[in-house]
Design a binder for this molecule. Structure first.
Ligand SMILES: [Fe+2]
Length: 162
């Protein structure tokens, strides 16, 4: 997912420093899931409201873990806001549009594509074409349409894992 996000940022013409911070944030974005039980993280069926609240705590937990590390200062807000939605329906703060850090908006697209196309213990991943159609459908609601456009331009082909 980090590779997908950085390729998207390059496509948008963002500079090396932006891409490097995005890369670090990509590697660390779900670090706050440390300590969440794997039975919740890997649960195949629907989460209970209580389980969903626990999952939703991971960006804030990630912030708490990373905050003391001074050289990751710029990574912290990107990690904290990686589950915001462009329409304001995300978490943890319900930010909208450009209130959300650009790197978090880029990451949301790459992360969702990666999640959709990855195999899970309980289901096969979706095809590239189906995942792309879903990104397209959610451009402007879940995602920044600029970021979706750049992601699609950077990834016309199915994602090949190295
Ligand atoms: Fe996450």
């Amino acid at each position: 997912m980090t590779r997908l996000a950085v390729a998207t940022a390059r496509q948008m013409g963002l500079d090396h420093e932006f891409c490097e911070t995005l890369r670090q944030a990509g590697l660390l974005h779900d670090i706050g899931k440390i300590g969440i039980s794997s039975s919740i993280l890997n649960k195949p069926g629907r989460l209970t409201p209580e389980e969903y609240e626990i999952i939703k705590s991971h960006p804030a937990m990630g912030r708490r873990i990373l905050e003391p590390i001074s050289f990751l200062r710029e990574v912290v807000p990107i990690v904290y806001h990686h589950h915001e939605r462009f329409d304001g329906e995300g978490y943890p703060e319900g930010l909208t549009g450009e209130e959300i850090p650009l790197a978090s908006r880029v990451m949301a697209v790459a992360d969702t594509y990666d999640a959709m196309t990855s195999d899970r213990a309980y289901r096969r991943g979706l095809s590239h074409d189906v995942a792309v159609a879903e990104l397209d459908r959610c451009a402007g609601t879940q995602f920044d349409p600029e970021c979706v456009r750049a992601f699609l331009a950077a990834h016309p082909e199915p994602n090949r894992k190295p």
